[in-house]
Design a protein around this ligand. Structure first.
Ligand SMILES: C[S@@+](CC[C@H](N)C(=O)[O-])C[C@H]1O[C@@H](n2cnc3c(N)ncnc32)[C@H](O)[C@@H]1O
Length: 445
């Protein structure tokens, strides 16, 4: 997967860490739940800045010397890309560069990213219960296959890998190998250190890959919060015609600039508008042109087994509702979320929600059967999260209370329980999976 390209930056004061309701509408969670506040900003948290912000090059408060220097280098790099494109760069290429430009992009350079001292937290960082439940699902699949290997894409701090391996060991269901496809060199090191410290005796089973495995294998491919980083194309809808939103330099700053969409983009938008409802003139959103090819690429060598995707997202009809007229772009910097991708390119994460209908379409293209789609909450409940809490607490009431609190963060609708979904694809295997037994949302896709 070559997602490398360019990006830029300027730094301006970032909004206070207040949160407001996301640009997303749920049919089941309450507004009060949307406003709930946790200690750390999770990756799905809410934007609060205007969509259009300009960027300068002067150093602003909040960035240290190294960060300001990084920002300046990124700015020059992106500026070159914009110049090379005749003064206009598609947003998809801008996002690609901002996240993946070698040595400069958010995932290619050395930012801490996850956890305290980073920019956001994720389900495995919230609780080992997440990995323990996934391990139960993996044990079921590996048992049906008679063994196999795991491939995790984008392993972050390595916690999920450690939690899964540790629980699989106690379940007597260790995989032959646990491979990690990780784009970030510094996160690889962090993963290695975490696994060395937590499971030194299992380190021999763990391998890091630079590209998807080429040789066929049986087992499981899984990824938590990776799809949301795939660069998206941004568009503005008008009855008279669709515009592609790209990036230009205005007075030395980045700015949004429209140009008439190519026929292929106009056609995609026409189809999206049909599933979402009547859009007003000026409706802005995004889609992920590379999701189908990328998911096929990372799953192609799985001969028999399951692919498990976890991320925040919606079925297409909800994603492209008329009310969500600014799309779902979201950036994270030091546990604050905002909607301005121009603010700290190279230093901030940029994400968009997953169109799960597109991911379901991708399963067919990649030769899999779509076998489950549910919320994170129901996935964890189906796998016996309560039993896991008891197992992990080992009779210690204080520990049980802590785990109960973590489970709430993972499962409540206003926390991570509903916005995050789980999807499973199967190939060469027919298996009713426990994680999808309690709720089947495939009809919504
Ligand atoms: C938001 S973090 C999630 C980390 C971890 N899965 C978790 O849940 O804590 C995204 C992870 O995916 C990795 N990543 C991003 N884009 C990737 C790509 N195209 N290929 C492989 N890894 C990628 C990042 O380096 C990082 O490890």
């Amino acid at each position: 997967m070559n997602m490398f390209a360019p990006a830029a930056c300027r730094v301006r004061a970032i909004s206070a860490p207040t949160r407001r309701a996301p640009p997303v509408i749920s049919t089941t969670w309450s507004r009060n739940e949307e406003f709930s506040i946790l200690g750390f900003m999770r990756k799905h948290d809410t934007p609060m800045a205007p969509q259009r912000e300009l960027m300068g090059r002067q150093r602003e408060p909040g960035l240290n010397e190294a960060q300001a220097g990084h920002c300046a280098r990124m700015h020059s790099h992106l500026r070159e890309q914009i110049d090379a494109g005749g003064g206009w760069l598609s947003f998809e290429r801008f996002m690609d560069a901002a996240l993946y430009a070698p040595g400069l992009g958010y995932y290619s350079a050395g930012a801490r990213k996850l956890g305290a001292g980073g920019d956001f937290t994720t389900a495995p960082e919230v609780s080992s219960l997440f990995g323990a439940c996934i391990a139960r699902q993996c044990a079921q699949i590996l048992s049906a296959l008679g063994g196999g290997s795991l491939l995790e894409i984008g392993a972050g701090s390595g916690r999920l890998a450690a939690d899964i391996l540790s629980r699989l060991e106690t379940l007597g269901a260790l995989p032959d190998t646990y491979r990690i496809l990780e784009i970030s060199a510094d996160l690889r090191e962090r993963q290695r250190r975490h696994l060395e410290q937590s499971l030194p005796h299992l380190l021999g089973r763990v391998q890091w890959l630079d590209q998807p495995p080429q040789e066929p294998f049986d087992g499981i491919v899984l990824a938590n919060e990776v799809l949301d980083a795939l660069p998206v194309a941004r568009f503005r809808w008008h009855r008279a015609g669709v515009e592609a939103l790209g990036v230009v330099i205005e007075d030395g700053h980045f700015a949004w600039a429209p140009r008439p969409a190519a026929p292929a983009m106009a056609e995609v938008c026409r189809r999206l508008s049909e599933s979402g409802g009547a859009w007003d003139d000026g409706y802005v959103s995004e889609y992920c042109p590379r999701l189908i090819d990328w998911t096929r690429g990372v799953t192609q060598s799985l001969r028999a087994g399951a692919v498990l995707w976890f991320d925040y997202g919606l079925p297409r009809s909800q994603y492209y509702m008329p009310e969500r007229h600014e799309g779902t772009l979201l950036c994270h910097f030091q546990h604050r979320a905002h909607a301005d991708p121009f603010r700290y390119p190279g230093l901030q994460d940029i994400t968009a929600w997953v169109d799960y209908t597109l991911l379901a379409e991708a399963s067919r293209t990649a030769g899999f059967a779509l076998s489950g789609f549910t919320t994170q909450s129901y996935f964890l409940a189906g796998l016996g999260v309560h039993e896991e809490m008891q197992f992990m607490a080992g009779g210690d009431d204080n520990r049980f209370a802590r785990l109960a609190n973590e489970a709430r963060q993972l499962m409540l609708p206003g926390e991570m329980g509903e916005r995050f979904k789980a999807m499973a694809w199967l190939r060469g295997l027919d298996l009713p999976m426990s994680g999808f037994a309690l709720q089947d949302l495939r009809h919504t896709l």
